[in-house]
Write a protein of this length. Structure first.
Length: 416
């Protein structure tokens, strides 16, 4: 009888651990585009008999990073100091202020830079690419890099990871820091999109939704003695800033004890707001007739042109680009990757059809892998964050598609 009770106790304990880990994983999803890169669990599918990988075409987001600026942290710090000066800060507020001051000190000289976790993410991606597709694809490669520190450091970490598992040093040809062009930074240099981002009709839609979600939350209230002393607008700005700190904390290995304490329902409402903003501003929202995704057409053209040229010349084993979430999100929608391109005009339905943490966690990437047989036939497969995904055309052999059909689809769809 005692043995049976022990077995039952162990089983219940294991079940509790599983439920807890599942709940914790869901909460980490709510970090949205700050989510740490999810290591893929499924192995890559072997190509049909007679086909060998011949090259990779890749675009990736930088890895996990420090906050780009101290804006959110300073907003929290200044509001807490103001309430303290009014003698309106309670014990939890005093503790939070200490933690915020510590985080600001921790981030000094690192704003916007890659963290050690981000470096490890890029290293792991590179080594899994080599394991899946062979070392020959990395003998000679070509790179394009956004010159922001976190992108350069991601590029360096990626190729450092490769150097650890290759018996040779890759020849990196024509490495280009590209800022003032429309290949990686189309979201900066497209004037129509810039106008949409700053004053488009998405803003009023988003603000209404934001207000509906945030009116259910008041984080600042738990840190002050008298909430009547706090303006509602200030309170909501404080709450959003605190959520941003909560979401980015894993990127910089912030101890759990220093991470802002949020309830699961509060985290969910914050994520709904942030997810809606990413979708409306950068994703496949139909609100502006597709301008958010169409700005990435130059990148798609470069993908196709470099692929076609390389199939003829065999000069490179890989093309690699290191950029931002603002690069990945529109491009994934343009490619019509199912997980990244489903659209809705109803703001409250966004979370049902599109999730930012699936499309663009930290170190997100999109790759095309090309395979060829001795007859010269070419197949292609596409991966989003190392997960095999569909092209928007039929195939009898998923995840493999006939390259001429894929190329023709995109050329016809976007008049390339």
């Amino acid at each position: 009888m005692r043995k049976g009770i022990c077995c039952l106790t162990v089983a219940l304990y294991i079940n509790v651990l599983f439920v807890y880990s599942q709940a914790n994983a869901i909460m980490e999803d709510m970090c949205g585009t700050y989510k740490l890169y999810p290591i893929p669990e499924k192995e890559v599918t072997m190509p049909p008999l007679g086909y060998e990988p011949v090259f990779i075409n890749h675009v990736g987001r930088h890895g996990s990073r420090y906050p780009v600026s101290e804006e959110s942290l300073k907003l929290i710090q200044e509001e807490l100091n103001k309430q303290k000066s009014f003698d309106n800060l309670n014990a939890d507020g005093e503790k939070l202020l200490i933690n915020i001051n510590h985080i600001i000190d921790r981030c000094q000289n690192n704003w916007g830079g890659l963290s050690s976790i981000g470096a490890e993410e890029q290293r792991g991606i590179a080594q899994r690419f080599k394991a899946a597709y062979g070392q020959d694809l990395f003998r000679k490669v070509r790179c394009w890099i956004d010159p922001q520190k976190r992108c350069v450091e991601s590029y360096e970490s990626f190729f450092k990871g490769l150097s650890e598992v290759l018996p040779f040093q890759p020849v990196i040809d024509e490495t280009k820091m590209v800022r003032q062009n429309n290949i990686l930074n189309f979201f900066v240099y497209n004037q129509s999109y810039d106008k949409y981002k700053k004053s488009g009709n998405w803003i009023s839609e988003y603000k209404l939704y934001e207000s509906e979600q945030l009116e259910k939350i008041n984080l600042l209230n738990r840190y002050v003695k008298d909430a009547k002393e706090v303006n509602v607008h200030i309170q909501q700005s404080f709450d959003l800033a605190l959520f941003n700190v909560w979401a980015i904390a894993p990127n910089i290995s912030l101890p759990y004890s220093e991470r802002p304490k949020l309830a699961s329902d509060e985290i969910y409402h914050f994520w709904l707001v942030q997810n809606a903003r990413q979708y409306l501003e950068k994703g496949p929202s139909p609100i502006a007739g597709g301008i958010q995704q169409n700005i990435s057409i130059p990148l798609l053209k470069q993908f196709i042109d470099t692929s076609e040229e390389n199939l003829k010349t065999k000069n490179y084993g890989g093309f690699f680009r290191f950029a931002h979430a603002e690069t990945i999100i529109p491009f994934a929608a343009l490619l019509k990757i199912p997980e990244a391109s489903e659209a809705t005009s109803v703001t409250s339905d966004i979370a049902e059809v599109w999730k930012d943490y699936i499309v663009s966690p930290m170190a997100a990437n999109i790759i095309w892998v090309f395979y060829q047989n001795k007859k010269g036939n070419v197949l292609i497969k596409m991966l989003l964050n190392e997960k095999e995904v569909e092209f928007p055309i039929p195939t009898d052999n998923f995840p493999f598609y006939e390259w001429p059909k894929v190329r023709r689809y995109y050329q016809d769809m976007y008049s390339l």
